[in-house]
Design a protein around this ligand. Structure first.
Ligand SMILES: [Zn+2]
Length: 297
């Protein structure tokens, strides 16, 4: 095989001996390459190893990744830790708030208003509605009533304005109003059309003084009556009709005052002091150790 190739190459060289060396050398190299394939393998790995490729990738990308992770790795743990702590704190605070809010709700629900019924209302002796408890410092009443009318002789006599009072006062009113109603019908030939009322519940001291005992008005235990209105339209007021005492209107007011002394524990009128020149003060206050003493002035 080699001999045949050499002959094919040598034939043209015989005709042109001068250029034989220039042509023969490259051909010889080709022949060597074709005939000696083994030595080539070492050449192929050399180009495959183009160190240029390997060094390009490692120097540029490698240093960057390590630098990037190094920074975030140090900062990342610090931030996430704080964030986690913050989240943990928030997670703890959030459940605590609802628990605190839930507690008052639970405590508010069991709060129940305990009040007592008033027999005078149940029996229809007075027209009244139960009101929420009153609480104002030392003043107050757990089961106040707003009374708007009093039964007398089979009908309800209205009050000029609703009075806020307790059951004791409400229970004492019917008998007294019916007595006054009888006096008016007998002496003035006209029944009561209305009871004119003044102050009822009011948290203050006696006579509105800065110091002293708290008035029974502060316990919804007193009612002031300023006069009466008759069915015939006449208006009889303590302020204008207490005097002269001999007149029918004056007599009615005095009978009303005296009758009250049998139904209430305290009755104060114009004869008591100047503070009561225009009304009758009625209350169920306790006087004496056994609460049996009455004050009628
Ligand atoms: Zn009074």
């Amino acid at each position: 095989m080699r001999t045949l190739i050499k002959l094919l190459i040598a034939l043209p060289l015989l005709a042109h001996p001068v250029a034989a060396q220039d042509i023969f050398q490259p051909l010889q190299d080709m022949v060597d390459e074709l005939t000696n394939p083994p030595p080539r393998p070492p050449r192929t790995p050399a180009p495959k190893a183009p160190v240029a490729v390997a060094p390009e990738a490692p120097p540029v990308p490698r240093p960057r990744p390590p630098s990037l992770p190094d920074v975030p790795v140090v900062e990342a743990p610090a931030v996430p830790d704080a964030a986690e702590e913050a989240v943990d704190e928030q997670a703890v605070e959030e459940p605590v708030e609802p628990e605190v809010e839930a507690k008052p709700e639970v405590e508010a629900k069991p709060e129940r208003v305990y009040q007592v019924a008033c027999p005078a209302v149940i029996q229809g002796l007075v027209e009244a509605e139960m009101a929420p408890p009153l609480s104002e410092g030392i003043c107050g009443e757990q089961s106040p009533l707003v009374v708007t009318g009093v039964l007398s002789k089979g009908r309800m006599v209205p009050l000029s304005s609703p009075v806020t009072t307790n059951c004791q006062m409400a229970s004492a009113l019917p008998d007294w109003v019916e007595t006054v109603d009888g006096y008016a019908e007998t002496m003035l030939e006209s029944r009561l059309a209305q009871v004119d009322t003044g102050t009822s519940y009011m948290c203050r001291n006696r006579y509105s003084a800065e110091n002293g005992f708290t008035s029974e008005h502060g316990f919804a235990n007193a009612v002031d009556v300023t006069g009466f209105t008759l069915e015939d339209g006449r208006s009889i007021g303590v302020e204008g009709d207490w005097m002269p005492a001999a007149e029918p209107e004056g007599r009615l007011l005095r009978l009303a005052h005296d009758a009250a002394c049998g139904d209430f524990m305290t009755v104060l009128g114009p004869e008591a002091n100047a503070e009561h020149h225009d009304h009758l003060h009625l209350d169920m206050g306790c006087h004496g150790q056994s609460c049996t003493t009455r004050i009628c002035e």
